[in-house]
Design a protein around this ligand. Structure first.
Ligand code: UFG
Length: 342
């Protein structure tokens, strides 16, 4: 393994991690996946192996366990880490803030500490559009001010960004990129990997696909009295394969020594706002089915609208979202059918 072309992926058995592993391997990188399987299945790693035809290194490791993490650094040579491993349920984070601060921040600090200890240069962090909150101007650019976080989950993203910024400033050999994801949806076109939420899904698309599969009776549209064209919230839904490719572009930039600053931030979205109702209609159209849905009260904490200005990612990373919403929603449904055997 060439260390420059090897990437450690924490949380690599998860939804975005597994898709990113595939695209990195397709681009010629070797990957080492670590995951504690707290919210993922080891079958996702098998899916990565099947899609790529490569034998991917995989270790069951909790990134909060520093000694176990140190063993991974002793065993494998890599220049770059992508840190996905984190809890991500907004509502749960309100009920159990310590669980979120403990897991999301300790794991990230351990990663950065090991990178420093072992002289490994590149840290790529999974951040979120949640840092923008209810933004004053839309679309949001990377320099749109962050708003105070409205959930402990969102706060862990902001704090981790700041940790990375400060560490890159302080440690001469450390470089960081934060990718701020908008709303990742869809699945790999092979239907071998995809999103697999445990319990009742919090996010819109898994709720839609589970409703279409008959697992949920009816989809609730949370609020139709927002100040938007059809009254429902606007989001920037980004295909997970496109999102995975953005990571490849960011890793290329780091490993090819092209970074202009020691710490850089990129929005990763399509740049197109889509309403909840538009998304439902598109899902129905492309998959030729009708979804049972009803209007419901607003969900506390939801922002009215957020979508990305993507010029920086387009021009500096040379990356652009390519897949159309319809294709993405078809892939999401194919994956759900595969998982449920329908
Ligand atoms: N929605 C419904 N019904 C559902 C689920 C969602 O109407 O059953 C609506 C929401 O109200 C929202 C839109 O669909 O308007 C998208 O909701 P998601 O939960 O899919 O996504 P969010 O934009 O709320 O969440 C995203 C990320 C989180 C992040 C959050 C912060 O997935 O990681 O943005 O705003 F924290």
């Amino acid at each position: 393994m060439d260390s420059r072309k090897t990437v450690l992926i924490s949380g690599g058995a998860g939804y975005i991690g597994s898709h990113t592993a595939v695209e990195l391997i397709n681009a010629g990188y070797d990957v080492v996946i670590i995951d504690n399987l707290s919210n993922s299945e080891k079958e996702a790693v098998d899916g990565v192996r099947k899609i790529t035809g490569k034998d991917v290194a995989f270790e069951i490791v909790d990134t909060c366990d520093k000694d176990a993490l140190r063993k991974v650094f002793e065993k494998y040579r890599f220049d770059t880490v992508i840190h996905f491993a984190a809890y991500k349920a907004v509502g749960e984070s309100m009920a159990e803030p310590l669980k979120y601060y403990q897991n999301n921040l300790v794991s990230f600090m351990n990663i950065v500490e090991m990178m420093k200890e072992f002289n490994r240069p590149n840290v790529l962090f999974s951040s979120s559009a949640t840092v923008y909150g209810e933004a004053e101007h839309l679309p949001v650019t990377e320099s749109t001010p962050r708003q105070p976080a409205t959930s402990p989950y969102g706060n862990t993203k902001q704090i981790a960004e700041d940790i990375l910024r400060d560490c890159c400033r302080a440690y001469p050999d450390l470089y960081g990129i934060a990718l701020r994801y908008f709303n990742p949806i869809g699945a790999h076109p092979s239907a071998l990997i995809g999103e697999l939420p445990r319990g009742v899904p919090n996010n819109l698309v898994p709720f839609i696909t589970q409703t279409a599969a008959g697992i949920r009776e009816c989809l609730s549209v949370f609020g139709n009295d927002y100040d938007t064209p059809d009254g429902t919230c606007l989001r920037d839904y980004i295909d997970v394969v496109d999102l995975a490719k953005a990571h490849v572009a960011a890793v290329d930039r780091m490993t090819e020594g092209k970074m202009k600053e020691k710490y850089e931030i990129f929005n990763i979205g399509t740049g197109n706002p889509v309403s909840v109702l538009e998304l439902i209609t598109t899902f129905e159209d492309v998959n030729g089915l009708k979804l049972p849905y009803k209007m419901a009260p607003r969900r506390p904490g939801d922002v009215t609208a957020v979508w990305a200005e993507t010029t920086l990612a387009n021009e500096v990373l040379g990356w652009k979202a390519e897949r159309r919403l319809g294709e993405t929603l078809k892939a999401a449904w194919e994956w759900e059918k595969k998982v449920r055997g329908v």
